[in-house]
Design a protein around this ligand. Sequence first.
Ligand code: ADP
Ligand code: MG
Length: 257
Amino acid sequence: MKLEVERVSKRFRSSDNLPLAVLCDISFELGVNEFVCIVGPSGCGKTTLLRIIAGLEQQDSGVVKMDGAPVRGPDASRGMLFQDYALFPWRTVRQNIEFGLEIKRVPPAVRRSISRHFISVVGLEGFEDRYPHQLSGGMKQRVAIARALANDPEVILMDEPFASLDAQTRVAMQRHLLRVFNESKKSVLFVTHNVEEALYLGDRVLVFTKRPGRIRAVLSLPAERPRDLLDPEFVKLRAQILEMLNQELKWKDQEPA
Ligand code: ADP
Ligand code: MG
């Protein structure tokens, strides 16, 4: 297994300083070149889980292992991609993509050839010298993907990366991501609140409960790609997941304050 998450739990303090259980006993594995999607109600701890896996946040109990070794902090083996792109506005497309390589002191000529490669992978040739504010949302997200890939992580952690894109761009980005995934043999952990997106992309889908997030169900999806979401099998899976999410929302309303 590339990544193992074993019995991870996390509490925060709420604004009135009460303990707030956010994640409860989360266990799952991510294989080499496996694409796992997480869906769950807002606030159930998805972002927190990705931050723990990235090494940006410390769990209270449990362990995260990469290739069998416990994660102790952020490192280049796990790249995180955020919903808001997190590009540097003062750097061009090329400079954004080369940022991690600069930090690693990769020589300029090597940097240039790596960034050229990933600019072509995400289809941004001709935009190398543009600044983020000169790009559309979809293009910015492609820069963020290229930047993550340029660092050559083994695991890519994606936190609702396409949530702010319009429907058409989103579909184009999903296709793009699958192409990169197929070619690069990375492992991907992808958070989304869009059930169709999870069904289109994932090898497996983890459905989380409301906070504190637990894994409510794990669904394995048919292997063939591209997916036809109108296929009866996917229609059924979609209904199953939506039903589970609906139940989570209902129970939330019944909870004492
Ligand atoms: P999701 O991504 O599933 O919407 P999050 O992981 O962002 O959920 O947050 C889960 C819960 O933890 C939320 O109630 C959020 O307010 C709370 N939370 C997240 N980060 C912190 C923090 N640093 N301190 C206190 N509470 C936090
Ligand atoms: Mg989140």
